[in-house]
Design a protein around this ligand. Structure first.
Ligand code: SAM
Length: 232
């Protein structure tokens, strides 16, 4: 968890470092990072060692305060969940909640997810990738900061197992259109709803703060699902 290292790269980032950790979050990190935190140093992550087992693996990019990650990990104890987030408060909250709720199948990387996908994940090793309510970066001059980009789509395709799935959601319609344009154009992915189409809200999706906020603001919520394209 090296804040300084995070600032040094010249890549256009999809995030800004923000917010303060509460005392409880700081304590959770001090006490639990050595158990559930995974240091990323630009090398391939040893996830078998990090989880202490081999199981189907899901990765959530930018888990925020971890509502989705924690609920899914509780519901699916036989799956390993890797959460990648740069926001320290969110990391602290997830670690603290893991202790309170007795969750053992989450590991957390505090680093830019794009770099983790670039260097940290083995090819075809991840069953599910989730990107929920990513920062919309609404101003045109900031669009290049959006995490859903053609190069990131390629990195996700590379990480997914052949029967894997990529799931996304957003309440920002222009971002939904951007997502579908980028991901439908990626030859390694197939939109399960059909070209240019969204899926209905998945029934088993935990309700999260950002989803509720979008609904309160009167925004439509867009859900997307992609599978790796089958190659003969
Ligand atoms: C708008 S919040 C949504 C949080 C959560 N997914 C949800 O649905 O509640 C977006 C989160 O993505 C994180 N984020 C943005 N870019 C990231 C990146 N490149 N790597 C890791 N986390 C990132 C931000 O720190 C922020 O917590």
């Amino acid at each position: 968890m090296d804040d300084e290292k995070q600032q040094q790269s010249t890549r256009t980032r999809s995030f800004v470092t923000r917010g303060r950790k509460t005392e409880a979050q700081t304590r959770a990190i001090d006490e639990l990072w050595p158990v559930y935190g995974v240091e990323f140093d630009g090398q391939l992550l040893d996830l078998d060692a990090a989880f202490g087992r081999r199981a189907p693996r899901a990765v959530e990019i930018g888990f925020g305060n971890g509502e989705n990650l924690l609920t899914l990990a509780e519901r699916h104890p036989d799956t390993d969940f890797l959460g990648v987030e740069v926001h320290g408060a969110g990391v602290g909250r997830v670690l603290g909640e893991m202790r309170v709720r007795g969750i053992e199948n989450i590991r957390v990387v505090r680093h830019d997810a794009v770099e983790v996908f670039e260097h940290g994940l083995a090819e075809h090793s991840i069953a599910e990738v989730m990107i929920y309510f990513p920062d919309p970066w609404p101003k045109v001059r900031h669009h290049r900061r959006r995490i859903v980009q053609p190069d990131v789509a390629k990195l996700i395709v590379r990480a997914l197992v052949p029967a894997g799935v990529l799931r996304l959601a957003t309440d920002w319609e222009p971002y939904a259109e951007h997502m579908i344009a980028v991901l439908d154009a990626e030859p390694g992915l197939v939109n399960t709803a059909g070209e240019s189409l969204f899926i209905p809200r998945p029934e088993d999706r935990p309700v999260t703060k950002f989803e509720q906020r979008g609904e309160r603001l009167g925004h439509a919520i867009f859900y997307l699902e992609y599978r790796p394209a089958a190659h003969p």
